[in-house]
Design a protein around this ligand. Structure first.
Ligand SMILES: *Cc1c(COP(=O)(O)O)cnc(C)c1O
Length: 385
């Protein structure tokens, strides 16, 4: 079945009790049993809820996975997947990484005896060199946030030995543009808050896999720890995901135009977008992805203060954290999403104070380019200071 057909139909058969065409919001915490232990597979909503089950089946299908688990946030999904590890285990992690994931790993999980090594995973030799006898997990983000570097998922999946798990945070590409499981990854994690939900109105996460043992462990921890979404949030996420394909096509078409426009401006120093031929890993992007996505980062010519000034002058691009909604957003990673990474460490990774990140929405492209032109022109005098 086509991607869009799966998004609209998988897990979403008409409701068996009423015939409701749309999966109902099962706003219930518990289920009446006919005799002790006799029920329809539903006993308590932390463990299982029909609205959440529908979402889990829909998302698993979009990631070409057999099993899915939905969570209350992307971070809850990440934490549940890290529950696969035990004290003394080691993980190799993409260095250009979502700030909240970095915070969870460095400030929380190291206290439980887990060890992390941050590596520029676009450098495969560096990944290989980081492997230790206790390495159990590879945590990949690609394209990375905010520098949009690529990691070769298939190459890292080939590097893995028995007992190691390759996890890909596929939030930036979305399942429409990248299928990590088909490339050899074991688990895909999403912040469904972003493209999958798509309307900036609900926080959620998911973990998808075709490995039964891994799925059972993730499910066990989903229930044991309890980071589950409520039925209304599951329903909103499912509704958003129905239109993922058409939204992603528009995001990409607009992002390509924005990247080309920025690259053509003399007062822009550098543009980061995997769809540009100037991107150092454009060939890998063409091989590994089915499209280049809707995220564009860039640095302006001029001092860092110009980036902060620029951020005051866009009207359609709202200055806000998050990404992946229908509306365009602008963010200053060093002070916003990546503020929890120490400055020295940030700069070492290339997240300079002059870097700006765009989540290109699906508004009319002429309006978006007009908005950027206005903010660039308004601050262009600073480019020469
Ligand atoms: C937002 C985000 C997360 C965290 O997800 P939440 O839903 O905010 O908890 C994880 N990874 C990436 C790449 C993200 O953009």
């Amino acid at each position: 079945m086509d991607f869009s057909t799966r998004a609209i139909h998988v897990g979403q058969a008409a409701d068996p009790t009423t015939g409701a065409t749309i999966v109902p919001v099962y706003q219930t915490s518990t289920y009446t049993q006919t005799a002790v232990g006799e029920h329809k597979g539903f006993d308590y909503s932390r463990t299982v809820n029909p609205t959440r089950v529908a979402l889990e089946q829909q998302l698993a299908s979009l990631e070409e996975a057999e099993f899915g688990s939905a969570f209350s946030s992307g971070m809850a999904a990440t934490a549940a997947v890290l529950n696969l590890l035990s004290s003394g285990d080691h993980a190799i992690v993409t260095d250009d990484l979502y700030g909240g994931t970095y915070r969870l790993f460095t400030k929380v999980l190291t206290r439980y005896g887990l060890e992390f090594t941050y590596v520029d995973m676009s450098d495969l030799a560096a990944v290989r060199a980081a492997i230790k006898p206790n390495t159990k997990l590879f945590w990949i983000e690609t394209p990375t946030n905010p520098l949009l570097k690529l990691v070769d998922i298939a190459a890292i999946a080939k590097m893995k030995t028995a007992g190691q798990v390759v996890v890909v945070d596929n939030t930036f590409a979305s399942p429409y543009f990248q299928a990590p499981l088909a490339l050899g990854a074991d688990v895909v994690v999403h912040s469904t808050t972003k493209y999958i939900g798509g309307h900036s109105d609900v926080v959620g996460g998911a973990a998808l896999t075709s490995n039964k043992e891994l799925h059972e462990s993730i499910k066990f921890h989903q229930n044991a720890v309890g980071g589950v979404p409520g039925p209304m949030d599951a329903w909103l996420t499912m509704r958003g995901a129905k239109t993922l394909a058409i939204r992603m096509r528009e995001h990409e078409s607009n992002a390509k135009a924005v990247a080309a426009f920025l690259e053509g401006r003399d007062d822009v120093a550098r543009v980061f977008y995997p769809g540009l031929e100037s991107h150092p890993q454009h060939e890998l992007a063409k091989k590994q992805m089915r499209g280049f996505g809707g995220m564009v980062s860039f640095t302006l010519r001029g001092p860092e203060s110009r980036a902060l000034e620029f951020a005051k002058h866009t009207k359609l691009f709202s200055l806000a954290e998050s990404l992946g909604g229908v509306e365009s957003l602008l963010c200053h990673p060093a002070r916003m999403t990546h503020g929890s990474i120490p400055k020295e460490e940030r700069e070492r990774r290339g997240i300079t104070d002059g870097l700006l990140r765009l989540s290109v929405g699906i508004e009319g492209i002429e309006d978006l380019i007009g908005d950027l032109t206005h903010a660039l022109d308004t601050t262009v005098s600073l480019a020469k200071t």
